[in-house]
Design a protein around this ligand. Structure first.
Ligand SMILES: [Zn+2]
Length: 405
């Protein structure tokens, strides 16, 4: 697999956030409870059970949490949740009963929507917040399950995690933890590489769900949406509000098959997104966001252009140079020629750095990410108009190995 494949799905993330429309997860509108639920549900008892779980998470008390489980598997889950919270260093964990969902199971068992907040102390500037279904049993005295179809399930609530940390990097691995040390090493190197270009004090959190289905639940995405990508940088609760925690999530079914160089390129690319808060950039064109992440990720990598720009070279030889810079729509993970689009975006940033210097590229990226007009920033930092940038980039594309002749 080429190192370009599945580098990123920032574009997908953007599409998801924009497509959420008027009723985002932050504005959950509770369905009216079915009349039958009122015979079963005991919201006061359920709220007490949630408070007891919150206390045991705060106090690091897995045995009390386990005592709130309705059966062996829920006892194991609740105990694991307390251990996860402690290992991750979670703060501001709150669990609040919202309403019945209308779903009941036998006598004394029903599902309720529960509001949740949490953050990793020392990493997340603000708390993440979401709502998810919790299944209560024994008239609210116990918890039978957490999560449900169509709801975001934060990784730390999904089962036992292996948490590795070093310096200001945290890696949380669900399922098979045999590669946890590799993920941690790649994440630490990614932070060093990103900071060499974009200094900053923020740390990095990498979450590794057990399998693609778990990744889908963790990010609340459509099935298969991230099937082809190796990693994604995304707000943990889906919110694009400033300060919302942004972590890197690995799709281990793709990431684990990458060779070590490609895996490092992916990790560093995502670390650049996370450390520069690229997910909150609303105006920046994706060629700049993605191209800059690849510029940093490939900066210290000794790979030939035939490998880092092979797909765009083939396209240029066949169809000539593109008339415009890559459009945002071309970064859709389901679009054809996605690899070539990422390569083309990377080469725009290479062209800029070769012309005006690396610091000019870094400054231009920061300005445009923070909302500055591209044309103004281009003039200020590179002394170019957009047509001049396009012409220089097209020349760069024509000079790629395999294009001429
Ligand atoms: Zn990306």
């Amino acid at each position: 697999m080429s190192p370009r494949a599945g580098l990123c799905s920032f574009a997908t993330l953007l599409a998801v956030a924009l497509g959420a429309g008027a009723c985002s997860k932050d504005e959950y509108v509770a369905p009216p409870p079915a009349t039958s639920t009122s015979d079963v549900a005991d919201p006061a008892a359920a709220a007490e059970t949630l408070a007891a779980l919150q206390d045991s998470i705060d106090g690091g008390d897995p045995s009390t949490a386990a005592g709130l489980g309705a059966d062996a598997s829920s006892r194991d889950l609740l105990s694991a949740i307390v251990a996860n919270a402690e290992a991750l260093g979670l703060g501001d964990v709150t669990l609040r009963y919202v309403t019945e969902t209308g779903r009941t199971r036998g006598s004394g068992a029903w599902d309720a929507q529960v509001a949740l907040t949490w953050r990793i102390d020392g990493h997340d500037a603000a708390s993440a917040r979401t709502e998810l279904p919790v299944s209560f049993a024994a008239h609210g005295a116990t918890i039978a399950a957490i999560g449900g179809p169509g709801a975001r399930l934060p990784l730390w609530l999904s089962g036992p995690l292996d948490v590795e940390r070093a310096g200001d990097v945290v890696v949380a691995v669900a399922g098979d933890a045999s590669r946890a040390e590799d993920y941690l090493a790649a994440a630490r190197r990614a932070v060093r590489q990103a900071r060499a270009v974009v200094p900053g004090g923020k740390g990095l959190v990498v979450e590794v769900p057990a399998d693609p289905e778990s990744l889908q639940r963790t990010l609340d995405t459509a099935p298969g949406q991230y099937a082809a990508i190796a990693a994604v940088t995304a707000p943990v609760d889906g919110s694009r509000a400033a300060g919302s925690p942004v972590h890197v999530f690995l799709n281990r079914s793709v990431y684990d098959d990458l060779d070590p160089v490609a895996a490092q390129v992916v990790m560093t690319h995502e670390a650049v997104h996370a450390l520069t808060e690229a997910t909150s950039a609303r105006q920046a064109p994706l060629w700049l966001v993605e191209g800059f992440a690849d510029y940093v990720a490939l900066r210290d990598v000794d790979l030939p252009l035939t490998r880092t720009a092979g797909q765009i070279a083939t396209e240029v030889r066949k169809d000539g140079v593109p008339p415009t810079l890559p459009l945002d729509s071309e970064f859709d993970p389901s679009a054809s020629h996605l690899g070539g689009v990422y390569e083309a975006a990377w080469l725009v940033c290479v062209t800029l750095a070769e012309h005006a210097g690396e610091q000019a590229l870094v400054d231009l990226y920061a300005k445009v990410r923070d909302g500055a007009d591209l044309a103004t920033a281009l003039r200020e930092h590179a002394g170019w108009t957009e047509p001049e940038l396009i012409a220089a980039w097209q020349d760069r594309l024509r000079s790629l190995p395999g294009v001429a002749g």
